[in-house]
Ligand binder design. Structure first.
Ligand code: SF4
Ligand code: SF4
Ligand code: SF4
Length: 249
C-alpha cells in the first residue's frame, strides 16, 4: 500500500449523528488523518475516488437503491466497516419491520406514500446485505473506540468487542442498580464497552450497543423476578435497538 490508506465515509438511512461524532473529533482528528487519507466524506469535504482501502458505512439499508449502492461501495473497497447502531444492527430503523409496511409508509409520507422513491422495504443492517469486516457499535459511536477500531482494522486485525454485559461495567462503578430504584434496564443483555454511561447517569440502558453474544437469559430472568418486573414490561425496550428478544426468556 503506497502512502496512507484511502478512507471514505458513506451514509444510508440514519440521523447522521455518528458521522457528526467523527466530524467533531477535534484534536483527535489528527489521529485519524495520520492514519488515513479521507477521500470521500459528504459532511466534511467535496470530492470522490474510484476505490478505497476502507469504507465506513453509517445507516441502514432500506431501499433497493441503497442495496445497489452499498454493493457498489463494497466492490470498490478492500475493507468495509459498519459504524453506529443503524448500520451494525439496523438500530431504531428496524422498528418499522414490526409493523405493516404500507401502514408505516402512509403514516410517514401521507398521500405520497407510494411515490417510487419513497418505497422503502424492511430495514436491514449492513452485514445483512454485504460482507462487513469490522463494527463500531453505539448510538452514537464513541470517538475513541472508533479510532481504536480503525487502527486495529488497518493493521489487518479485528478488535474483539467486549463479550460481557453492561452490568459488569456498571457494577465495577459501584452504581446502585436502577432496578432497585424501580426502573427497568437492558444492561444484563447488552454488550459492554460504553463504561455503563447511561446507568451511571441514572438513565437505564436501552441496548444501543446491541446484544451481548450468548446473553445470559437466566441472569435477565433473575433480575426481572427479583424485582417483580414481568417480561412483558420490558419487551418493548428490546425492540428499540433490535435486540434479540429471546435474550430475556
Ligand atoms: S446509530 Fe444513532 S446516532 Fe448513529 S446514525 Fe443511527 S440513530 Fe444516529
Ligand atoms: S441492570 Fe442496569 S443499572 Fe442494574 S447493574 Fe445492570 S446495567 Fe447497572
Ligand atoms: S448504557 Fe446501554 S444505551 Fe447507554 S451507551 Fe451503553 S449500551 Fe448504549
Amino acid at each position: 500500500m503506497h502512502g496512507k490508506p484511502k478512507a471514505a465515509f458513506f451514509d444510508f438511512a440514519c440521523c447522521e449523528g455518528c458521522q457528526l461524532q467523527i466530524a467533531n473529533l477535534e484534536e483527535e482528528i489528527i489521529g485519524l488523518t495520520e492514519l488515513v487519507d479521507v477521500v470521500e466524506f459528504r459532511e466534511v469535504l467535496t470530492g470522490s475516488a474510484p476505490a478505497y482501502d476502507v469504507a465506513f458505512i453509517e445507516g441502514s439499508i432500506t431501499r433497493p437503491e441503497d442495496e445497489a449502492r452499498v454493493k457498489d461501495i463494497r466492490s470498490r473497497s478492500k475493507l468495509l466497516a459498519s459504524f453506529g447502531a443503524c448500520a451494525c444492527t439496523g438500530g431504531v430503523n428496524k422498528l418499522k419491520n414490526l409493523r405493516d409496511l404500507t401502514t408505516v409508509r402512509k403514516e410517514v409520507y401521507g398521500d405520497k406514500w407510494n411515490m417510487p422513491h419513497l418505497l422503502t422495504y424492511p430495514t436491514r443492517a449492513v452485514h445483512e446485505v454485504v460482507k462487513v469486516d469490522a463494527y463500531v457499535p453505539g448510538c452514537p459511536i464513541n470517538r475513541q473506540e472508533f479510532l481504536t477500531i480503525v487502527k486495529t482494522l488497518l493493521l489487518g486485525l479485528v478488535l474483539k468487542l467486549p463479550d460481557y454485559p453492561v452490568c459488569v461495567e456498571c457494577k465495577k462503578k459501584d452504581n446502585v442498580c436502577l432496578y432497585e430504584r424501580g426502573m427497568t434496564c437492558l444492561g444484563p443483555v447488552t454488550r459492554a464497552g460504553c463504561d455503563a454511561i447511561c446507568p451511571t447517569n441514572a438513565s437505564p440502558c436501552e441496548g444501543c450497543r446491541g446484544s451481548v453474544p450468548n446473553p445470559n437469559r437466566n441472569s435477565m430472568k433473575e433480575v426481572l423476578a427479583k424485582h417483580n418486573v414481568p417480561l412483558e414490561a420490558i419487551m418493548r425496550k428490546f425492540t428499540i435497538y433490535a435486540l434479540d428478544p429471546e435474550a430475556g426468556k
